[in-house]
Design a protein around this ligand. Structure first.
Ligand code: FAD
Ligand code: FES
Length: 340
């Protein structure tokens, strides 16, 4: 029987992937993988096992109308003790992973393959997972991992910039601050061949159904998860909808990834983009200002899925603008690059 991938995402952002076939209920498949989803009756009557299907096809066995309403069914809520997958599925649960999982998040030992300056303050870090290529992290484009900083006893979160299928390396774009634990490591001590541990994947910020046009807004290294999403859409040939990317930085010499952005059209992605820099420079003739100043009513007239990633003030300003204009915030997804 065909096996489907079920990605389960918990309230704290931890995600776990399991396999299930149509004969399995999601609950049973999870249990076989030592994931104890919250349950009580196991008969579709109590609603304790309720989850939200974000993507994928499924069907449910018998259930009581008191456990799940028609409205909830329409919004793709499910009773996981009665649910069978008919395709790969992503399901979110409204409680922390520690309720269902006794094991720590997965971790991998990685080797630094390369460290490259890609702009005045951004480094591209490529990691190779040690061991079997099949054991590489499975994640959804947009998600992140925690990278442990050698000899510092601390870790920092970074969004994958590669697509999940890429096995030649895990790519991260990291802003180098004047002073910072990861920044100091990458600027001073890190070198090719060094070993670092990563743990994850985590996050509710990931590519959804692509049933609407897409509007992306990236501030600085907030471009990283957008590149992961774009790579995924290019490799899976899943997206036929127009995508518009707004990309802002503080100074023109901070831009990176422009060539990659321009390569997507040839890969069949209907992508347009605009750049903006807060400050100018002698050789900058482009837009000046905050990236949020590029938001216009025209960009949201077709009710796009909206992805926002970057510094918290950028996300707050964009959300306030979108809310004010009356956009359905259910289709707005964001990741704030909060300092640790
Ligand atoms: C979910 C998530 C995903 C993230 N993904 C990325 C990513 O893909 N790329 C990326 O570059 N960063 C990303 N970040 C931010 C990253 O985790 C670190 O916070 C950042 O790299 C600083 O780490 P550091 O160790 O160099 O500095 P720290 O030692 O953490 O900080 C040193 C000092 O700088 C301040 N500071 C921290 N961040 C900033 C900032 N951005 N601007 C100004 N001052 C700051 C701190 O408050 C502190 O005072 C992400 C954060 C989260 C929460
Ligand atoms: S456990 Fe009661 S409805 Fe699923």
């Amino acid at each position: 029987m065909t096996k489907y991938r079920i990605t389960m995402i918990f309230e704290d952002g931890r995600s776990e992937e399991i396999e299930a076939d149509e004969a399995d209920t999601v609950y049973m498949a999870a249990l076989r993988n030592k994931i104890r989803l919250m349950t009580d009756c196991l008969e579709g009557a109590c609603a304790t096992c309720k989850g939200q299907v974000v993507s994928g096809e499924y069907f449910m066995d018998d259930y009581s109308d008191e456990a799940i309403t028609d409205e909830e069914m329409r919004s793709r809520k499910v009773l996981t003790c009665q649910t069978h997958a008919k395709s790969d599925c992503v399901i979110e649960f409204p409680y922390d992973s520690k309720i269902a999982l006794k094991t720590p998040a997965r971790s991998w030992e990685c080797e630094i393959l390369s460290i490259e300056n890609v702009s005045v303050n951004v480094v591209k870090l490529d990691l190779g997972v040690r061991g079997d290529a099949d054991a590489w992290p499975s994640f959804m484009p947009g998600q992140y991992v925690n990278i442990a900083i050698p000899e510092a006893g601390q870790n920092r979160s970074y969004s994958f910039a590669n697509s999940p299928g890429a096995k030649e390396g895990l790519t991260f774009y990291i802003k180098i601050l004047e002073r910072g634990v990861m920044s100091d490591f990458l600027r001073g001590r890190a070198k090719q061949g060094d070993l670092v541990n990563i743990e994850g994947p985590f996050g509710h910020f990931y590519l959804r159904g692509q049933e609407r046009p897409i509007l992306m807004m990236a501030g600085g290294t907030g471009l990283a998860p957008m590149l992961s999403m774009l790579d995924q859409m290019a490799s899976m040939e899943t997206c036929r909808k127009p995508i518009h990317l707004l990309y802002g930085v503080n100074n023109p010499d901070e831009f990176f990834g422009i060539r990659q952005i321009e390569s997507y059209e040839a890969k069949g992605i209907d992508l347009t983009y605009e750049t903006i820099s807060l400050n100018g420079s002698a050789d900058w003739n482009g837009n000046s200002g905050h990236v949020t100043e590029l938001l216009t009513e025209k960009l949201i007239k077709d009710n796009p899925e909206i992805y926002l990633c970057g510094p918290p003030p950028m996300i707050d300003a964009a959300n306030a603008w979108l809310e004010n204009i009356g956009i359905d915030l259910n289709f707005v997804y964001s990741e704030k690059f909060l300092p640790s």
